[in-house]
Write a new protein. Structure first.
Length: 392
């Protein structure tokens, strides 16, 4: 049933209501209503989505302070060498792929590896292998969850001891234990006075942002040229540094437009009405799950105009507030109190990677590329991203 900008998929236990109205989204994502409380869906979903052990506000707030990179410019600066090392390794790999000036490559796998590498170096610095293991498990988990959602929806089915459900729980347990142990070790180290200069836990959505950026810049060669010109103006052939990344206006506009059209997290589905509540004139019973279909909000013509489906980075030329008319209609990282703590980390990493790629290669789509955006929790190119790279 669709009522205005709200969509009910099911009424009853485990009901999901999807909300597209920016005013209601603002309410839900702000902390002003205590009945809009972030709840764990099934525990494994939370583990997967946040990659974090987060159970209740108090404890989570504590961890959030420990791991929160978004407000610590100094911390981000310290991570730059790790970003640079991982990006350099990927570029060198690409350069060695063939002696020719030109090569065809599925960049999707390389970009996933890059972002896993960056997170492993920064978040799991001393436990690189544990980090890798968690990413492997998360990938398996994402596939199992997507398989489960393809069956007819039966309320409560997720607790049946099927083979898939049992494996989901095993994975969840392993990820939880590993993360909890790491967090506790870190808390101990901190209370013993040892700093945690580059502590960070997180996930791999940045790979999605990078792959869609490369695909869209392959399709829109004019924007690829503009972005390269800007990068060369700011850095020349030097390795990009933190301060310089802040001067990349065109690259930022492009990243915002990519995040609008292809949000790596196409739905935010981790809120629930903990008591009866009124939303947009409807009364939701306690237990109703609240979904924010980010991708639909980002493509809504009423909010973005007739060219909502088009790639037009210019709409962000005067910033997000202007582009959205101050509405909560651009939410690739969520909004409000629980906004993604990795936002600045992800954007800096993406700017660094794109800058280095633009410095060394021009690229366009291979004839074998098939455009098939596909959700496996995050929004990915289903058949990969086959591009033709030209060394510069
Ligand atoms: C382009 C990349 C990324 C996108 C699009 C993205 C998007 C999101 C979204 C939509 C949420 C949910 C916000 C909510 O529930 O209201 C979120 C939460 C979160 N993200 Fe990200 N994220 C990205 C990268 C990262 C990175 C790199 C990290 C860690 C280094 C990270 C760590 C987190 C954490 C810890 C939360 C939970 C915050 C909380 O519940 O308080 N994210 N992210």
């Amino acid at each position: 049933m669709r009522a205005g900008k709200m969509c009910f998929a099911w009424i009853g236990p485990d009901a999901i209501v999807n909300i597209m109205d920016p005013d209601i989204i603002r309410d839900i994502l702000s902390s002003k209503y205590d009945h809009y409380e972030k709840q764990i869906l099934p525990p494994f979903y939370d583990t997967l989505v946040t990659g974090i052990v987060s159970y209740n506000g108090e404890k989570w707030a504590k961890h959030r302070r420990i791991i929160n990179p978004a407000f610590h410019v100094e911390k981000l600066k310290m991570m730059m060498p790790a970003f640079q090392t991982s990006c350099c390794e990927m570029i060198e790999k690409w350069q060695k792929l063939g002696p020719e000036e030109l090569c065809e490559l599925d960049v999707w796998y390389h970009l996933q590896d890059l972002t896993a590498d960056v997170i492993s170096r920064t978040a799991f610095s001393s436990s690189f292998e544990e980090g890798r293991r968690i990413f492997q498990l998360q990938k398996e988990l994402a596939k199992l969850i997507i398989q489960a959602t393809k069956f007819i929806f039966i309320p409560g089915f997720r607790i049946f001891p099927t083979k898939g459900n049992r494996r989901i729980r095993e994975i969840d347990r392993e990820i939880n234990i590993t993360l909890r142990t790491m967090i506790l070790d870190r808390e101990k180290a901190m209370s013993a006075g040892e700093g945690c200069s580059n502590d960070l836990l997180g996930q791999e959505t940045t790979g999605d942002l990078l792959v869609w950026t490369m695909i869209l810049l392959s399709i829109h060669q004019d924007w690829q040229e503009k972005a390269r010109e800007e990068v060369l103006n700011v850095f020349g052939r030097r390795k990009p540094d933190f301060d310089g990344l802040n001067y990349l206006k065109i690259v930022s506009m492009i990243l915002n437009e990519v995040l609008r059209l292809y949000p790596p997290a196409p739905t935010i589905a981790n809120r629930k009405a903990t008591k009866e509540m009124k939303v947009g004139g409807y009364t939701l019973p306690p237990g109703t799950l609240i979904g924010l279909p980010v991708i639909l909000v980002h493509h809504d013509r009423d909010l973005w105009g007739e060219d909502a489906e088009e790639f037009n980075p210019l709409r962000f030329s005067e910033g997000v507030t202007k582009a959205t008319n101050n509405k909560v209609s651009f939410i690739p990282f969520g909004w409000g109190t629980r906004i993604c703590v990795g936002q600045n980390f992800a954007l800096n990493e993406a700017k660094m990677a794109i800058s280095m790629i633009l410095q060394h290669f021009s690229f366009d789509l291979s004839p074998t590329y098939v455009h098939a955006p596909h959700t496996v929790i995050t929004l990915q190119p289903q058949h990969g991203a086959q591009l033709i790279l030209h060394k510069l």
